[in-house]
Design a protein. Structure first.
Length: 277
């Protein structure tokens, strides 16, 4: 059995004193061991794990979807709670300098909140993953998503810096997770900055799956153009997705639209929600 529990997310829908925050984190329980996919921004991950009865020392590995603070900010607090070193899987570009260009022209840092060395001093063993790679039995990461010529991320406020040069982030570090389950293949998304359509297409090509049972996580569709939203809806139908649980950067407008279209197949993915496959 595979059980996925939402640890960090923007909203709370259960009557528990858990913390909601702008961020994302999933606790994945499988026979081979437990995995933490993303760590939120750090306000709630330790508190919520404990309140929801998840043993931090049982975490076998952390997988980071990309280098933004709202997915990596809780990593240091997780490391400080543990007694042993912890493998942390991420794309090689995750530690590159990232910022948001605000409408008033100012810049705001949105990458890892600490230097890589501080995490290593506290027990992180960083392992780079690139492309389609097996992490454990029935668990694969996918990154370096291929795009058609001319494709560009639509969120123009998210940037990457190289010394004094600043340009729109190509999101080369964007990473998603494929889980083989008894119900069928399940896809976990961090923010899907690479585009949910392209991620599913790449996973289908690499894994030879023609269908995905569930797609869970952030989709970043709130800022996407209408033609891409429609393309996403067609893609979810194409891959015969039976459970769509969106969260974080999806936005209420898109979530409401997905709920109307997918009906009972739709669920929110707020703090405390869990999914069993």
């Amino acid at each position: 059995m595979t059980k996925i529990t939402v640890i960090c997310e923007n909203s709370v829908q259960i009557p528990f004193p858990v913390i909601g925050e702008h961020g994302l984190s999933f606790f994945i329980e499988r026979e081979e061991g437990n995995t933490l996919f993303d760590t939120g921004q750090g306000l709630g991950v330790v508190h919520n794990l404990k309140l929801l009865g998840k043993d931090i020392n049982s975490i076998k590995r952390v997988i980071l979807s990309h280098g933004h603070y709202d997915h990596t900010g809780g990593l240091l607090s997780i490391l400080k709670e543990r007694k042993e070193t912890l493998p942390v899987y991420l794309h090689p570009d995750a530690f590159l300098t990232k910022c948001a260009k605000l409408p008033n022209g100012m810049e705001r840092a949105i990458g890892f909140p600490h230097d890589k060395s501080l995490y290593e001093e506290n027990g992180a063993e960083f392992i780079e993953t690139n492309g389609f790679e097996k992490i454990a039995d029935g668990m694969f990461t996918i990154s370096n998503i291929h795009h058609s010529e001319g494709w560009r991320p639509w969120d123009k406020l998210l940037m990457r810096k190289n010394n004094d040069d600043i340009a729109p982030d190509p999101f080369s570090d964007d990473l998603s997770l494929l889980l083989e389950t008894s119900s069928g293949p399940v896809v976990l998304l961090g923010c899907a900055h690479s585009g949910i359509v392209e991620i599913l297409d790449e996973l289908s090509s690499k894994s030879n799956h023609s269908e995905f049972f569930a797609v869970i996580g952030g989709t970043h569709l709130d800022s996407a153009p209408e033609d891409y939203v429609e393309k996403t809806l067609q893609s979810l139908k194409k891959y015969n997705v039976q459970k769509i649980a969106v969260s974080h950067c999806t936005g209420l407008r898109i979530a409401h639209r997905l709920a109307n279209i997918f009906g009972e197949k739709f669920s929110d993915a707020s703090v405390g929600r869990f999914f069993e496959f």
